[in-house]
Design a protein around this ligand. Structure first.
Ligand code: HEM
Length: 174
């Protein structure tokens, strides 16, 4: 996974829970010295998953809750500093989420070693979207947290339901 995700996770934990918790999480994941991280660095998926699991233990949070905290931070704070233009170009959560497949392709095109998640879109009716998640990483809880973060950003009360290991149903209020 690209370093940008790990950097955002680190910043989220430090901002919301304190630096000691981040350091405790790393130690619990068996990482004694924090490596220098750049947004384009590559971190093995297994290491990222180990850190996620250690952070859940240290913070006493389920993976769903940690993913919600991350999704909120990534959408509303971290990505606003570097990717704000993607949000500006959309008037609502629906438009933004429909761009996500393309945005992941575009933003990782020149990042060697990236394997971005891909999304297929299926409309159940005009207010109900099923987002099919295609990734070998099985991070559907993170997908859920990120979608909730998008709802918050656009001030919309989205209903987000996990309906399988690779699909999420989103009910829009409009
Ligand atoms: C402008 C906003 C966003 C940008 C620029 C962005 C970019 C990225 C990048 C660079 C990665 C790492 C890919 C890799 O290491 O191969 C990633 C991972 C991920 N992104 Fe986004 N992302 C954005 C918003 C979102 C949103 C809103 C969602 C959900 C709807 C989402 C879902 C995910 C998931 C689930 C992953 C984890 C990797 C996986 O499951 O395979 N992202 N994103």
């Amino acid at each position: 996974m690209k370093g940008v995700i790990a950097i955002a996770m680190r910043d989220m934990v430090i901002d919301k829970f304190g630096r000691e918790k981040w350091e405790e999480g790393l130690a619990r994941a068996g990482i004694n010295k924090e490596p220098m991280l750049l947004p384009i660095s590559d971190i093995e998926d297994s290491v990222v998953l180990k850190i996620v699991s250690a952070l859940c233990d240290v913070l006493h949070l389920s993976q769903e809750k940690l993913a919600d905290e991350f999704g909120d931070y990534w959408v509303n704070i971290y990505s606003q500093k570097i990717y704000a233009s993607y949000y500006m170009g959309c008037n609502n959560a629906k438009q933004f989420l429909l761009k996500m497949d393309n945005v992941h392709v575009i933003t990782t095109k020149n990042m060697l070693g990236a394997h971005p998640p891909r999304f297929d879109y299926e409309w159940e009716d005009e207010k109900t979207l099923i987002m099919h998640y295609k990734s070998s990483r099985n991070l559907i809880d993170f997908l859920m947290g990120l979608i909730k973060g998008v709802g918050k950003f656009y001030g919309e009360n989205l209903k987000v339901l996990k309906i399988g290991t690779d699909k999420v149903k989103i009910e829009f209020p409009y």
